[in-house]
Design a protein around this ligand. Sequence first.
Ligand code: GLC
Length: 761
Amino acid sequence: MTTLKTSYGHFDDPSREYVITDPLTPSPWINYLGNTRLTAFVSQQAGGLVFYKEPHARRISRYHYMPAAQDQPGFYLYVKDHATGALWNPHFGPTSTPLDSYECRHGLGYTMFVSSRDGLEVSLRLFVPPDDEVMLWDVSVTNRAKESKKLTLSSYLEFGLLESARESFWCYLKNQIGFTYDARENWIKYDYHVFQAPYAPAMFFSCTRQADGFETSRAAFCGRGGSLERPKALLGDGFSGSQIPAGGHGCGVMGVDLELAPGATERFAYMLGVADEWALASVLRKKYSRMEAVDNAFASLQGEWNRKTSLFQAETGDAHVDRFINVWNPLNCQITLERTRDISTDHTGLDGMRYRDTMQDALAMTSIDPEFAKERIRLIFAAQGKDGSGCFSFYPYAPKQRINEEPRRSDNTVWPTMTVTNLINETGDLSFLGEVIPFRDGGEASVYDHILLGLQYIHARRGPHGLPLLAHADWNDGLAVFHDENAESVMLGMQLVHAANLLRDVAIRLGRREDADWCDAVSAELTEKLNAEPVWDGEWYCRLLLSNGMKIGSKSRPQGKIYLEPQVWSVISGVGSDGRGGMAMDAANRLLNTRRGLMIHTPPYTGIPNPEDPLTSNVPGTGENGSIFCHAMTWAIIAECMLGNGDRAFEYYRKLLPSIAAEEEGFEHWGREPYVFTSSVIGPAQEGDFGKAGISWLTGTASWAYIAATQHLLGIQPTFEGLEVKPCLPSHWTGVKVSRRLRGKTYRIEINNATGEVSID
Ligand code: GLC
């Protein structure tokens, strides 16, 4: 195991913050700010970008992904201390001037830098209030030195082209945009001319104090030969008051001169605002020109998060578990549902909203914030075809709905049943099922019928063994390497059983007897086929039946002998309830478990040895080729709980938690944020890299891990009739206390693990 290296930071549990104390983290460790409309992400060096609604065609500021990740530019505050001549940033970069102290506090919906140098303490708190399209930069400066200080503070925000993809082929000449300063409004205006109507908002950058100097041109701020590390405007030349109404690279630079007596503090705020028209932008600017409004906005942001996190609060005696269940997992779920897989340090923001991923992201959010979950579910169903098909991704905020049907995935429409059932169980309200939502290609149907049609679509496309066809791939993208659209998917077969079982109960509640019978028949028929030869491989379930007769995920194969997904879904769906599910999970434990958890399959595919063998796609040990795939591991936790194996379920959960993984693997080696989930972890096939984390933040792991922990390990499940408590705890825990709100009432639950007693108040 790698030796434990510097930790870069720690959790501050009472403040619900992760505090980074070394700005040179192994990768950008980011946080998201936003209100689902105006959204930003920001790293520990204030690198990041901001966009309105979606980052494809409404990206306001720039972030350099290419040619290699640079974590620049971002939301910069420069501090120029005239006595010492030092130019520094409280977030360390981009000047990288050494600081006397540095802290980056990532909290729920905000990030705050608190740093000092030469007796000057500067804090910068970045956030977006719940109700307004404004990103606030709350700045506070205190002079702790014995002498008074003359300072210039300056913002830097780099505007990009709203239509971000165009920027990659129109780089220098930007006739379609312009940047001007208006002293009366004290703002820098970003004017956008291309395709103005209907989606070019009014965008401005402003400050609660009248600017003492400004630049709207990046070139003027940096100066000839200068850079963001050494901007000439702050290193001697002074602000030139540049305006570039006809193109160029714009920026939001506003200088504030201060003279601070010893002990004195000054506070002001910058803001980046967006409105549909300039008159409204002006109203927004005026509103936030008072610090009182900035304070109220922050209080309202905190209120919002208090409401969300108060749904479920656990005391388990394990600090890692508590902080994930109570704080970080809900945050991760919220952001994943907001951002689907579009933008992060790993995603460049050109993809749309993912049909199946977003539906899974909504699963946990149907509990944490049912209204937001419903909003997203409606968007997803509006991207469904009237034949019941889903799609890979879609762009709901494009002027005209855009749909990507490629790459084809067979599992798109199997997930809604799980999410919508959870919603109904949370709210106890069936009315959402009756809500009518149009199809993308004409016609409309109720939510219930959208779900049913989606299952029928999968059911109608089955192969010779009666199992659903793979298309290019099911949930596991890696299966596309087999190039066999007519392969049959065991995992999807099991998921169809599970979905049919869930929908059956809903159908009965709605009095749709025929549908319930259909669900029963599908479930029974598939359960039988899934237990027949050749699906059952003797000790576990195989993964695919290829159309050439070959089995994937079978003892008979030299590589990819066993896959995790069919083992877990055999338990979740009940297909393996005759004891095979338990056997299959034992086999998974024996063959797939590593010090960091369960590999997605083993052995990984290597090389392209002969045309009969699959292509490798990912490097062995990475991604879908033998990594520890966190998303799938969450299902293993659920399955082990359903089998009553609390110790094994907890072992997997513990291994999954990024804060534990970072400690055990070494923070440097783990590499990614210790406070949010990652999609995968490099597996043992890569000896040196084993234990390195993959994509962070935007992963289905977040939603499912929340369900696994709250509904299965702690066992507190919302049902249509009310709360059901069926814990499956590790044997070394003494007990658990939970406060759980359901339908307006808060329940206090105590579980005594020694006696198994549960009290609910
Ligand atoms: C990634 C993808 C998701 C897919 C999974 C397994 O998480 O975002 O769509 O289901 O990998 O391949």
